[in-house]
Design a protein around this ligand. Structure first.
Ligand code: GLN
Length: 542
């Protein structure tokens, strides 16, 4: 039978709840305990797939094609596990399931209520993760902050879980923030006391409190929190902002959280072994050199939109014993042709996106990279724009485009997938999740991967149009990765260029700090060889 750790947040959002959950997972794994994770999101969207990147940040795609919260990315990267659609539950999913059961008459004339019907559906979905994963411990993060109206049913559901699963099988951890007041040079515990009171009001007494702060919490403040929140002193754990997020498992383990969890849940555990992780942190903190990458994207004002891309770049840099510095270029600002700015970077990455805004800027950046021999890596939309740019060059006309941006273009080198043509509904209808891809022997791609078949995660509606594939291949574009039936181009590379490659999938989702993605690794390797000229500044945000 699985044990559960429920992690709630207090005081403010963005205190690192997701990183804490991921770190707890790593701590338990390092003690030989099997773990799975889940994120409960209180909003009413069925999934974040339809949300704007500015609202939500990145949409993380699981191997089974679920569009999920970016916290699942942290869980996979820290713990080294692969999650599925069951690991992200939203209020939208829960309510739509309950209402559709009601419409089918499954409640036999009863009145449908938040308690027990909605909370029962929530508990069923929490337990499902335990059943499917067969993990010894399931760590469940409740999104939002205690006190939010939307979050109440989830909190009620996790409250009921302790009663039903048994006191020794459920642990509540509350992550809060201690604000620093400069005038008196102290951290304050009052907001934490209030948020714990709010939790207790609904019947949840936290077993441990993780206090995030930008400075070390004193013994006095920990005593105070212990007293007022009725939590043992050793369970009040200071979580000081660290140089790298990957250090958090070490900080929490050193603060005693691993022992506390093992004791309270009565787990059989081995001695903690975080030695490899510790070595990795030491390497992160002592880079040999810096690699400068320009990221040309539509949503650079909100960098969480590219969370996994940023991480994948830093994992690859780490494997080269380097650190990454990203200069952010809003693609719209490059539309007037002001691409000389890009001379200051060693490599250009063009990530995913949707819609027309900023597309011409991406194309300009890619053209510059091709002509100036700057390593360039395109991801999803970045591949589509690379193909459009190459098409314009190959066919000697500007009238080359994707039908996403120009339905009447003369050369629609990127077009809707046949199966996408009659789809009206926006939610969950793209080509999503893992597909196999066959690599063409002798290409840079096959060399980088060192294998002939790869499995990568997709999230798109458009695809390379086969009508133009062979003419473009004749002009120097190589389809270096294709679907098993050979019909879909999944990876392209450009001949006679130091490193110009793009893929229709999102390799960034499969990169882990201790297992960088081969394409990112090869890209950073090429970027390291590029000399930079010019001063280093990002373009202003438009
Ligand atoms: N907008 C493009 C498509 O739908 C690319 C999507 C993406 O970059 N994820 O195909």
């Amino acid at each position: 039978m699985a044990k559960y750790i429920f992690v709630t947040g207090g005081v403010v959002s963005s205190v690192g709840k997701g990183i804490s959950v991921a770190s707890i997972g790593r701590i338990l794994k390092s003690r030989g305990i099997t773990v799975s994770t889940q994120k409960l999101d209180p909003y009413l969207n069925v999934d974040p797939g339809t949300m704007s990147p500015y609202q939500h940040g990145e949409v993380f795609v699981t191997r089974d094609g679920a569009e999920t919260d970016l916290d699942l990315g942290h869980y996979e990267r820290f713990i080294g596990i692969e999650l599925t659609k069951d690991s992200n539950v939203t209020s939208g999913q829960v309510y739509s399931a309950v209402i559709s059961q009601e419409r089918k008459g499954e409640f036999l004339g009863g009145t449908i209520q938040v308690v027990p019907h909605v909370t029962s559906e929530m508990k069923r979905r929490i337990r499902k993760v335990a059943q499917i994963s067969q993990a010894e411990v399931v760590i469940v993060e409740v999104g939002g902050t205690v006190g939010d109206i939307e979050g109440q049913p989830f909190l009620e559901a996790i409250r009921q879980m302790r009663k039903e699963e048994g006191r020794d099988n459920v642990l509540y951890i509350h992550v809060t923030f201690l604000p620093y007041i400069g005038a008196t040079d102290e951290l304050k515990s009052k907001p934490t006391q209030h948020s714990v009171n709010e939790l207790r009001r609904i019947g949840i007494q936290p077993d441990a409190i993780l206090c995030r702060s930008d400075r070390e919490a004193s013994e006095e403040i920990k005593d105070k929190i212990s007293l007022f929140c009725d939590v043992d002193k050793e369970a009040v754990i200071s979580l000081v902002t660290s140089e790298t997020i990957y250090e958090v498992p070490l900080l929490l383990e050193e603060a005693g959280l691993g022992n506390l969890i093992v004791e309270r849940l009565g787990l059989t555990a081995q001695e903690s072994d975080l030695s490899k992780w510790r070595d990795m942190i030491a390497r992160i903190k002592a880079p040999k050199e810096q690699v400068l990458i320009g990221l040309v994207g539509k949503y650079v004002e909100f960098q969480d939109s590219y969370y996994s891309v940023r991480e994948a770049l830093s994992h690859a840099a780490l494997a080269h014993n380097c650190e990454i510095k990203i200069l952010w270029f809003p693609s719209e600002a490059l539309e007037n042709g002001d691409v000389e700015q890009l001379r200051q970077v060693q490599g250009i990455i063009v990530p995913g996106g949707f819609g027309q805004r900023g597309i011409e800027g991406m194309i300009q950046a890619i053209k510059f990279a091709r002509e100036e021999n700057i390593p360039c890596f395109g991801l999803c939309l970045g591949m589509q724009t690379m193909v459009i740019e190459f098409g314009r060059h190959a066919f000697h006309t500007q009238n080359v485009n994707s039908t996403e941006f120009d339905e009447t273009t003369e050369y629609p080198v990127i077009d809707l997938l046949p199966e996408q043509k009659n789809i009206d509904s926006k939610g969950g209808t793209m080509r999503l999740g893992t597909y196999p891809c066959h690599l063409v022997a002798g290409t840079r791609t096959a060399q980088a991967y060192g294998t002939d078949v790869v499995y990568e995660r997709h999230r798109h509606r458009f695809e390379v149009n086969n009508r133009f594939r062979h003419p473009m291949e004749d002009a120097g574009m190589i389809a270096s990765g294709v679907s098993p039936d050979g019909k879909l181009v999944e990876i392209v590379e450009i001949k006679d260029h130091p490193w110009m490659l793009a893929c229709q999938f999102h390799p960034e989702f499969k990169s882990h700090p201790d297992a960088p993605h081969p394409l990112f690794l090869d890209f950073i390797g090429a970027a390291r060889k590029t000399l930079v000229t010019g001063t280093q500044t990002s373009l202003p945000i438009v």
